[in-house]
Each structure stands twice: as structure tokens, then as C-alpha cells.
Design a protein around this ligand. Structure first.
Ligand SMILES: Nc1ncnc2c1ncn2[C@@H]1O[C@H](COP(=O)(O)OP(=O)(O)OP(=O)(O)O)[C@@H](O)[C@H]1O
Ligand SMILES: [K+]
Ligand SMILES: [Mg+2]
Length: 685
């Protein structure tokens, strides 16, 4: 995604939004700031009333307080707007990819000449469209025929084209991307308004942002604090009148001062910054080219300690191609190639197609028409891990080593020992061996080659340093799994895994109290992705995987979780730090101001005026100015996040409490005194 930094137009936009957000409907969503908002309205009224002879305080003073309260509300609005600004700018550039284009809507998948031209926004789920090089893909869909290279830079920002083809785990296409070469027949899977691009726009704009359970819990705490202070300050009013009478001296506390005090004591700092912290976290994730469907997932990422990864397409490039036919003793290579091709004629996976091609290249064996033979094709499934064909008393199967071994033994056949040696050779090199059998006789092995993605080893070791255990899970055999696991540098692996086994492994870790992240691309990963706490689907993966996950990595990088975890931890730390700071501030303000308030009634209290405030008015004005300015002052920290260090959680907590707790107690005393001095010296009072 195009990394938009905060520039002038985002700034101007945020100023405008701050005013828009003055609407009561927006203010109602933030109970703490609502108190300030209502305070601003009441003090404004008090000022107006002062002209009618109804006097609460010196009218200039009331006006000052009213203005500062309005500013406080605006500052909080601004904090949120500026956090949303980057997302809005990103959404703008994504919208430019969302043009309505003309699409060739096919009558059937078998005839590309019969089509009607329709606008992309009229396409419905299930429609078939035909696209060729140069066309923009009109809508999200599943490739049902053809293979093409597609430029997805409009969405991923990555200019290298990617392969999209029918059958395997790379069959999902996204509306708004462009075909660079060849052609595709696509079955539409989304309709206008609910496409991936639409979702992406809504997401970066924050339009769909919901409060996370953590945020809600914190907000309840903040509201409780506010209510306590509300009760305390409200009782001050009659109390001061009563005591004032008893003491027979001075004036009671004014409504203006009660409101000012309440605003000082309420946790307005964190109240104002809470939502920007969440939005900024989301935005940092977008900058890392990850789309999060929920804020909850980002927070969970901060605490993840187990990462499960699928092998093919996640750790490896996943373009498994047949590179060799290796027959067992007494079988001709040609016989093996012939059977392999027969079993793959209807196999629409990338692996299947590459087998047909290799047989043709090596032995000039042509794809045959098996329709007269009454052939029955057995499609590949992740559960059986086999595919094949039955015709005229022949049964040909190819598949994972253990699957074929079981199949052959069950049929009363034998599993030759030299097959094991071939399998070991292929698997030892990190390749996937597919064993081929004809009527319960093992013919040999197809060598499927795959490549580990670049630079993953170093990054997996970073994950280890972060305390995260990495486990590769694959449908492949244990030897291939071991070879790839060693090459990629994962901590552990589970081989011969069915979709159910992947799911069971996640549940197992979760019941043991672990927070589990899962990264995958295939339809067979979908159940596991749906179960994981943090589920990152590769953008290159299938529609099912993307829908089951709660994040999509546009770069399809297996180690993206490093960034996701860092951003999650940073989000939690920032929220914790600023909450600590805000509450510490309020406590400090309490001790700085309460004595001053009672000067009018008990002049003896001046001894408690340790800060030497000039007057009650000056002290309260200074405190409330500080209360407003601190919001602005902390906006950069809320947006950037506190500095993330790879320290154990306990140490981090201690550090943060020390810095933000202690700092939060001391800062108000110094700052309020400073403002008091400036106000006095400048003669503003
Ligand atoms: N078209 C096919 N026909 C027969 N067998 C296949 C085919 N494709 C894959 N296999 C075998 O089935 C196994 C499981 O494949 P699957 O795609 O389910 O793996 P997976 O669980 O996604 O894990 P990974 O992605 O790491 O392979 C493969 O390792 C391979 O041995
Ligand atoms: K406050
Ligand atoms: Mg897979």
C-alpha cells in the first residue's frame, strides 16, 4: 500500500474534521470527552447569563474557562482526525483503482466467443467473465480456467506481476488488478460494494472500526473515574456553601470552578487520545502492507507466542512443478510418465498441469481424450491427498507417499523397498515426491520441485528472539517437511497433516493457554485460520483462506508476523503508558488545586499553596490550560507509539510505570506553575 505520510493536506483536513466532530452525535461516543463538551456548553451559558445580571463568576473568567474547554474538545477531535487522516488519504488512492470497467460476461465457460459487454458494477456472484492481457479484472473472483500473470500493484504496491491460475491455491483474483499476459476465465465471487477493494477502503478509512473488548474495558474504567469525580465535585458546591456559612467568611465555590475542577480531574488525556491510539495502530499495520479486519486481532498479536505456518505457498513459493519421473525397478520411465499423465488429465491443480506438460516434453505423450473410455476422474483432496482416474478396469492413483502406500497395501499390492529410497532422495532435497500406482502396482515417483522464499531463515530467528515458537504444518511427508523446516529455520513441524489435524493442533495449543497465530494460503488452511487468534492469509492465497483469516498480508510474506507482533505490542504499550500518565496527572492536579479552591473560605489553607499560585483564578486557569495542551503535546506519541524494545513483559511494565507514572505525577506541578507564572508576568490576569 502506498505509504502516505502526514502532510499538509492531511493536516488541513484534520482541522476541518475537528469542527465537524463537534456534533453531539460524535461526542456521545466518547463519554469522558462528553463531560468536557457539556462543561463547555454550560460555561458558555453562564457567560451569556452574566450579561443578564445572573452572576456566577467574573464574566471574563467564565469566558476564559469556556474557551479553554471548547479548545480541549477541539484538541481531542483533532487527535482523532489526524489519526484517521492517513487512512483517508490511502482510501483516496485506492478509490482510483476502483473504476467501473466494461467486462466480457460469458454465457458459458466453454465458449469464449459468446459474451455480452456489461459494466463491472452490475456483475453478480456466479457470473463468468473473460479477461485478456491489458484488461482490468472487473470484480473479485475465482479463476476457473486459464493461467495469467497479473499486476496487483494497485492493491499491494508491489509491481512484480504474480501468477494466477485455476485449480490450486493461487486461483483468487481481486477486482481492480490488471492482467499482464495471457487470459483467464473468472467466476465472480463478490458483488459491487462488498469486494475486497471496497472492504480495504472501508478498513483504511476506519469506517468499520469497532471498539475492541480491551478498549471497552478501559473506557468503562475511565467512565467510572469520571463519575466518581463528578460526584465529588458536585458535592463540593453545597458543601462549600454550607462550610462558608459556618465559617462566616468568604464566598462559596462557583459553578464555573466546579466544572473546571471536574474537567481537570477527569481522565481527559487518555479519553481524548484513546481512539487515535487504536486507529494509529491499524494505520501502522496498513503501512506494513497488512489489512486487519479487526482491531482485536492486532491486540491479540501483541501477546502471540505460537506461530503455525503452512509450507507450500507460505514458506515456499508454492509453484510446485514436476521436474522428473523416477521409476522403481523393472518399470520403464515412459510407462511411469504415461500413467502420471493419465492420472493428471483432469487434475486442475498446478501440480497436475505441470505433470501433463512434463510427460509431453519428455516423451511426447499427448493428452488423450478419455471420454469414450467412460473414465472416472478422482479429484485431489487435502483429506485423501491423492488424485487419479479409473477407466476400463484400470485404476491409476498418484499422491502423497503415505496415502499411496496405504492405498496399495489395502488393494493387496506391494510397496517396493526401492521406492522408499527414491522418496528419501527427493524429500531430502526438499522436493515433494508423488508416488504413482497402476492397479495396486507402484510405478515410481514424480519429483515436484519447490523453493523456499528468500531470507526467511534470519527472520524466523528474530521470531525466536521475540519468544515466539514457529511450527510448520504441511500435508507433505515428514522427510520433505524436515528438509524444508531445516532450510527455513522453523522450530518444529507437523507433517502429513489434514485440515482437521491443523485445526486440532491450534485448539490443543489454545487450551494450554497459548495465543496462536496462523499463516496460510490454501482452502485447506481455512478451518485452522478461522480458529487461530491471529490469522494471516496470504494475498496470493485462495478466497476461502482470505475470508477465514482476520488479516491479509498483501506481500504474502511468511515472516510478516514479526511486524504484526511488534505493532500489536506497541499498541498495547502505548495505551498502557498513556493511561498511566493520564491518571497520574489527575491525581497530581487534585493535590495542586483542591487547597487553592478553598482559599476563599479558609484563608489558612494558603500554607498548603506550596506552588505559590498568585490566585485561585490563576491556579485553575493554569491547570485547565495545561489539561488542554497536554492532549496536543501527546498526539505525536499516540500516533507513533511508544518505543518498542525487545524486553521481557515484566521489565517493560516496570519501565513504563516508572517513566509514565512518575512523569505523570511530576509534570503537572511543573507545567501548571510555569503557566501560572507566564499568565502573571504577561499581565494577562
Ligand atoms: N494434485 C495432486 N494430486 C495428488 N496428490 C497431490 C496433489 N497435490 C498435492 N498432493 C499431495 O498431497 C499432499 C498434501 O497437499 P496439500 O496441498 O493439502 O498440502 P498442505 O496441507 O497445504 O500443506 P502444504 O501447503 O505444505 O503442502 C502434498 O504434500 C502432496 O504429497
Ligand atoms: K483531566
Ligand atoms: Mg497449502
Amino acid at each position: 500500500m502506498n505509504g502516505k505520510h502526514i502532510n499538509k493536506s492531511i493536516f488541513n483536513d484534520a482541522f476541518r474534521q475537528s469542527l465537524v466532530k463537534l456534533s453531539p452525535r460524535v461526542q456521545l461516543k466518547n463519554p469522558v470527552m462528553l463531560v468536557v463538551y457539556i462543561g463547555a456548553i454550560i460555561t458558555t451559558f453562564l457567560y451569556i447569563l452574566s450579561f443578564m445580571g445572573i452572576k456566577d463568576e467574573n464574566s471574563w473568567y467564565t469566558l476564559d474557562i469556556a474557551l479553554i474547554l471548547w479548545l480541549t474538545v477541539l484538541f481531542a477531535n483533532f487527535a482523532e482526525s489526524i489519526a484517521e487522516g492517513r487512512g483517508r488519504a490511502q482510501a483516496e488512492s485506492l478509490r482510483s483503482a476502483k473504476k467501473d470497467v466494461k467486462a466480457k460476461k460469458l454465457k458459458s465457460a466453454t465458449n469464449i466467443d459468446e459474451f455480452t459487454e456489461v459494466l463491472s458494477n452490475t456483475l453478480k456472484k456466479g457470473d463468468l467473465v473473460f479477461v485478456v492481457a491489458g484488461n482490468q479484472i472487473p470484480m473479485d473472483g475465482e479463476v476457473i480456467d486459464g493461467a495469467a500473470s497479473v499486476d496487483e500493484s494497485a492493491i499491494t504496491g508491489e509491481s512484480a506481476p504474480v501468477i494466477r491460475e485455476s485449480g490450486g491455491d493461487r486461483s483468487a483474483v481481486t477486482g481492480g488488478t490488471t492482467v499482464v499476459s495471457d487470459w483467464l476465465i473468472i467466476q465472480v465471487t463478490a458483488e459491487a460494494g462488498e469486494s475486497f477493494l471496497d472492504k480495504m477502503i472501508a478498513m483504511v478509512e476506519g469506517a468499520t472500526r469497532k471498539k475492541t473488548p480491551n478498549e471497552i474495558a478501559l473506557q468503562i474504567l475511565l467512565v467510572t473515574l469520571t463519575i466518581i469525580f463528578l460526584v465529588v465535585t458536585a458535592t463540593l458546591l453545597p458543601f462549600s456553601k454550607f462550610v462558608g456559612k459556618l465559617a462566616g467568611s468568604g464566598t462559596a465555590i462557583s459553578i464555573t470552578n466546579v466544572i473546571a475542577l471536574l474537567v481537570c480531574l477527569a481522565p481527559t488525556t487518555i479519553g481524548a487520545l484513546l481512539s487515535s491510539i487504536g486507529i494509529a495502530g491499524m494505520s501502522r499495520l496498513n503501512q506494513a502492507n497488512v489489512l486487519a479486519m479487526s482491531g482485536r486481532a492486532i491486540e491479540a498479536a501483541g501477546d502471540v507466542d505460537i506461530l503455525l505456518l503452512d509450507k507450500t505457498g507460505t514458506i515456499t513459493l508454492g509453484n510446485r512443478q514436476a521436474s522428473e519421473f523416477i521409476p522403481v525397478c523393472n518399470v520403464e520411465e515412459r510407462e511411469l510418465a504415461d500413467a502420471a499423465q493419465l492420472s493428471s488429465l483432469a487434475d486442475e491443480t498446478a501440480e497436475g498441469r505441470s505433470i501433463v506438460i512434463l510427460a509431453k516434453e519428455k516423451f511426447d505423450i499427448r493428452g488423450r481424450d478419455l471420454s469414450q473410455l467412460n473414465a472416472n476422474f478422482i479429484e485431489f483432496s487435502a483429506r485423501t491427498r491423492m488424485s487419479g482416474v479409473d477407466f476400463g478396469g484400470n485404476e491409476i492413483r498418484k499422491g502423497a507417499v503415505d496415502a499411496i502406500k496405504n492405498y496399495v497395501l489395502q488393494k493387496g499390492g506391494e510397496y517396493p523397498s526401492d521406492c522408499d529410497q527414491i522418496v528419501q532422495r527427493v524429500a531430502g532435497a526438499g522436493g515433494t515426491p508423488l508416488v504413482v500406482a497402476h492397479n495396486a502396482k507402484v510405478l515410481g515417483v514424480i519429483y515436484l520441485k519447490d523453493i523456499v522464499k528468500n531470507g526467511v531463515k534470519e527472520r524466523f530467528s528474530d521470531l525466536r528472539k521475540m519468544g515466539i515458537k514457529t511450527i510448520m504444518i504441511t500435508g507433505d511427508n515428514p522427510m520433505t517437511a524436515a528438509a524444508i523446516a531445516a532450510e527455513a529455520g522453523v522450530d518444529d513441524f507437523l507433517a502429513e497433516a489434514t485440515p482437521e489435524a491443523k485445526l486440532a493442533l491450534i485448539r490443543d495449543y489454545q487450551t494450554k493457554g497459548h495465543l496462536v497465530a496462523m499463516t496460510g494460503d490454501g482452502t485447506n488452511d481455512a478451518p485452522a485460520l478461522a480458529q487461530a487468534d491471529v490469522a494471516v492469509a496470504m494475498n496470493t492465497g485462495t478466497q476461502a483462506a482470505k475470508e477465514a483469516g482476520n488479516m491479509v498480508d498483501l506481500d504474502s510474506s511468511p515472516t510478516k508476523l514479526i511486524d504484526i507482533v511488534r505493532i500489536g505490542k506497541q499498541l498495547l504499550m502505548t495505551r498502557g503508558a498513556l493511561t498511566t500518565f493520564s491518571v497520574a496527572n489527575d491525581v497530581a492536579k487534585y493535590f495542586a488545586i483542591i487547597p487553592v479552591l478553598f482559599f476563599g473560605i479558609f484563608p489558612q489553607l494558603t500554607t498548603l499553596n506550596i506552588l505559590g499560585f498568585t490566585s485561585t483564578t490563576s491556579a485553575i486557569l493554569s491547570a485547565i490550560i495545561y489539561n488542554a495542551l497536554i492532549i496536543v503535546f501527546l498526539i505525536p506519541l499516540a500516533l507513533k507509539g511508544v518505543k518498542y524494545r525487545e524486553l521481557p513483559a515484566g521489565k517493560l511494565l516496570k519501565r513504563n510505570i516508572l517513566i509514565y507514572g512518575l512523569g505523570g505525577v511530576i509534570a503537572p506541578f511543573l507545567a501548571i506553575k510555569l503557566i501560572d507564572m507566564i499568565l502573571t508576568v504577561s499581565g494577562l490576569l
